[in-house]
Write a protein that binds this ligand. Structure first.
Ligand code: CUA
Length: 335
C-alpha cells in the first residue's frame, strides 16, 4: 500500500519539479538530482502545511478560549478526543512511511554503482583535488567527464579528511586517508559545475575549490587522448609549476623554503653557482634545471646522493617551462 502511494506521489512530484534551478536548490546537473529534489520538496511542503495547521489552530484556540473577565472562571478541561487522536497519529505515520520508502529507494539508487560506470580515482590533498582517468591521464582541480554516462568515483585522501561535494549533482562524499570511499553520478547534460571541499581541512580549506566539466562523449574521448594539456592552458606558468611540484612529488625531496632535504632546496637556487659532484661548477639557469629534470644523473650537486629518477616522458614541454618559471620566483626580495 505504502509502496504504491509512494510510487504515485513520487511520479507526480518528479514531473512537477523538472525545472532547472529554483529558489532553494541549484541547477539539476545529474540524473539523481530530480529524485533528491522531489523528496526534498515533498518533505518541505508537508512540514510547511503541518506547521501552518498547528500554528493557526493554536492561535484560534488561544483566541477562542481566552479568559474574558475576572469573574468568568476557568474553561472546563477536555481530556480525550478519539477522532482527533486517531487523525494526528495516522496522518503523520503515513507521511513518515512515505518519506522512508521514498528516501530509501533514492538512497539505494545513489549508492548502487551501475556496472558499466567509468571509474575515476579522486585524491584529496591539502589543498587540491587530483583526478586520475582510466587511460592514465590526470587533471588537477577539474574533473572532466562525459555526459550521459555513469561515473564511479573512488575517493581517498593523502592527508586529512576532505569531502567531495558537487551541489549541482546532489552528491557529497567524505574523502578519508587510508580508506577508499565510493560514490557515483551520471551527468544529465553538458555544462560546468562547482566542486567544493565540505570538510574543514585546515588553512586552505576555503580555497580547495574545483570544477566539474561535463563534455559530450566524443569530445571527452578527444580530451582524454590529448591529456590534461588543455586543463592547464590558462594557468600562469609559475602557478602551474608550483602545482606540479606537488603533483609530480618534487616536494618529497626538494623544499621551497631553503631547508635541504633529499635534494637541494628550490629556494634561491636560480641564478646561483653550484658545485657538482665531479668538482666542476655550473650556473643554475633554465637549461640546467631542464637537464636536471630530464637527466638528473648528468649533473649531481656535490654532497647529494644521485637518487633522483628521470622525468623524461612524464612532463610536457609546458610543464617543464612551468617548473622552471616557478623555481625562478623562489628568491629573496632584492634589497
Ligand atoms: Cu579539503 Cu576542506
Amino acid at each position: 500500500m505504502v509502496q504504491r502511494i509512494t510510487e504515485e506521489t513520487f511520479e507526480t512530484w518528479k514531473h512537477l519539479r523538472m525545472n532547472k534551478s529554483s529558489f532553494f536548490l541549484p541547477e539539476q546537473g545529474s540524473t539523481i538530482a530530480p529524485d533528491v529534489d522531489s523528496l526534498f520538496y515533498f518533505i518541505f511542503t508537508a512540514a510547511a502545511i503541518i506547521f501552518l495547521i498547528v500554528v493557526i489552530t493554536m492561535a484560534l484556540l488561544v483566541w477562542r478560549y481566552r479568559r474574558r473577565s475576572q469573574e468568568a472562571g476557568l474553561t472546563p478541561g477536555k481530556d480525550h478526543n478519539l477522532k482527533l487522536e486517531l487523525l494526528w497519529t495516522i496522518i503523520p505515520t503515513i507521511l513518515v512511511l512515505i518519506t522512508f520508502v521514498w528516501g530509501f529507494k533514492t538512497y539505494l539508487k545513489m549508492n548502487v554503482v551501475p556496472r558499466d560506470a567509468i571509474e575515476i580515482k579522486v585524491t584529496g590533498k591539502k589543498w587540491m583535488w587530483i583526478f586520475d582517468y582510466p587511460n592514465g591521464t590526470n587533471s588537477l582541480n577539474e574533473l572532466i567527464v562525459p555526459a550521459h554516462r555513469p561515473i564511479k568515483l573512488l575517493l581517498s585522501s593523502e592527508d586529512v579528511i576532505h569531502s567531495f561535494y558537487v551541489p549541482g549533482f546532489r552528491i557529497k562524499m567524505d574523502v578519508l586517508p587510508n580508506r577508499y570511499n565510493v560514490t557515483w553520478f551520471e551527468a544529465a547534460g553538458e555544462g560546468e559545475y562547482d566542486l567544493f571541499c565540505a570538510e574543514y581541512c585546515g588553512t586552505g580549506h576555503s580555497r580547495m575549490l574545483g570544477k566539474v566539466r561535463v563534455l559530450e562523449e566524443n569530445e571527452w574521448n578527444k580530451w582524454l587522448e590529448e591529456g590534461a594539456l588543455k586543463v592547464n592552458e590558462n594557468m600562469p606558468l609559475p602557478e602551474l609549476g608550483k602545482l606540479l611540484t606537488e603533483k609530480k612529488a618534487c616536494n618529497t625531496c626538494h623544499t621551497h623554503d631553503g631547508s635541504p632535504l633529499v635534494g637541494p632546496t628550490f629556494w634561491n637556487l636560480f641564478g646561483h653557482t653550484v658545485e657538482l659532484s665531479d668538482g666542476s661548477t655550473v650556473v643554475v639557469d633554465e637549461n640546467y634545471i631542464r637537464q636536471s629534470i630530464l637527466d638528473p644523473m648528468s649533473q649531481v650537486v656535490a654532497g647529494y646522493n644521485p637518487v633522483m629518477p628521470t622525468f623524461k616522458g612524464l612532463l610536457r614541454e609546458r610543464e617543464l617551462d612551468a617548473l622552471i618559471a616557478y623555481i625562478k620566483t623562489l628568491k629573496a626580495e632584492d634589497k
